[in-house]
Design a protein around this ligand. Structure first.
Ligand code: A3P
Length: 276
């Protein structure tokens, strides 16, 4: 009986599982985890802790929308639920499926300078291979086609960094106003302004402040402060040390991405000073 009245006082009887009203669709290694965790500092935001992979995985998708909702955390009706699954951005079937669920959903895309993102992607895959004692090629050998000496567009870490290609596909399904681009490089060094832009995009009352973010010199990254007792940094798998890359290969990649970047700036209306 007492539990019930406590629940009433805390309004816990109002808790429900809601479908996401915003999704971080990518990009892999853009800072998707950091963005989700930082947004969940906001009292009106609840996050799905795991990547659900509902829309990109045919088996999961076949389980239906109730399965997806069941994966969501409990929330109060006024709160918005957010999930992130970075594979959504590059998976062809995803936009149409999300559209079927909610045509007015808000879509967050966090990007980094494309060459840096490719190196980060490579570093993550390399770590997995090393753990299994598998051989893996050097970054330079994977990104450059040895026959032509041109950039190897068959390599996934290169393709994923051609942001405009994927975005243009998404735009067949959603108007550009439903997307918000987050600067993943700035989220690393100065997260607050990026988070304020997202609060605005999501129509949330401005709440996240400098108090909620503190720089941890040991980690070399910003960490999260929820209140005076609870704070946390992201796990060690976020913020890996990248291997050095041959400068000529790096330049070749930057030149390769340049026209795609221009197109991306043009479409999104957000310009970055990515090197050419
Ligand atoms: P690196 O490992 O290349 O440094 P994702 O979550 O999409 O996989 O992105 C991982 C990237 O998030 C990391 O890439 C890291 O740089 C970045 N990041 C941004 N803010 C961070 C933070 N506060 N703590 C740790 N990593 C952060």
């Amino acid at each position: 009986h007492r539990t019930n009245s406590t629940r009433e006082k805390l309004h816990m009887h109002l808790l429900i599982k809601q479908l996401p009203r915003a999704i971080i669709i990518g990009v892999r290694k853009g800072g998707t985890r950091a963005l989700l965790e930082m947004l969940s500092l906001h009292p009106d935001v609840v996050k799905a802790s795991q990547e659900i992979h509902f829309f990109d995985n045919d088996q999961n998708y076949a389980r239906g929308i109730d399965w997806y909702r069941e994966k969501m955390p409990f929330s109060f009706p006024h709160q918005i639920t957010i999930e992130k699954s970075p594979a959504y951005f590059i998976t062809e079937e995803v936009p149409e499926r999300i559209l079927k669920m909610n045509s007015s959903i808000k879509l967050l895309v966090i990007v980094r300078e494309p060459t840096t993102r490719a190196v980060s992607d490579y570093t993550q895959v390399l770590e997995g291979k090393e753990r299994k004692n598998k051989m893996y090629d050097k970054f330079e050998e994977l990104v450059i086609d040895t026959n032509t000496s041109e950039v190897n567009t068959k390599y996934k870490a290169v393709r994923t960094s051609i942001y405009t290609k994927y975005l243009e596909h998404w735009l067949k399904f959603f108007p550009v106003e439903q997307f918000h681009v987050v600067d993943g490089d700035r989220l690393i060094i100065d997260p607050l302004p990026e988070l304020k832009l997202v609060e605005h995009f999501l129509n949330l009352p401005s709440w996240i402040s400098q108090y909620n973010l503190y720089f941890n010199a040991t980690r070399g990254f910003f960490c999260l402060r929820y209140n005076f007792v609870f704070n946390k940094c992201l796990t060690g798998s976020k913020g890996r040390i990248h291997p050095g890359v041959d400068p000529s290969v790096k330049e070749k990649l930057q030149r390769f991405f340049h026209p795609f970047n221009q197109k991306f700036y043009q479409i999104t209306g957000r310009t970055f000073n990515w090197p050419r």
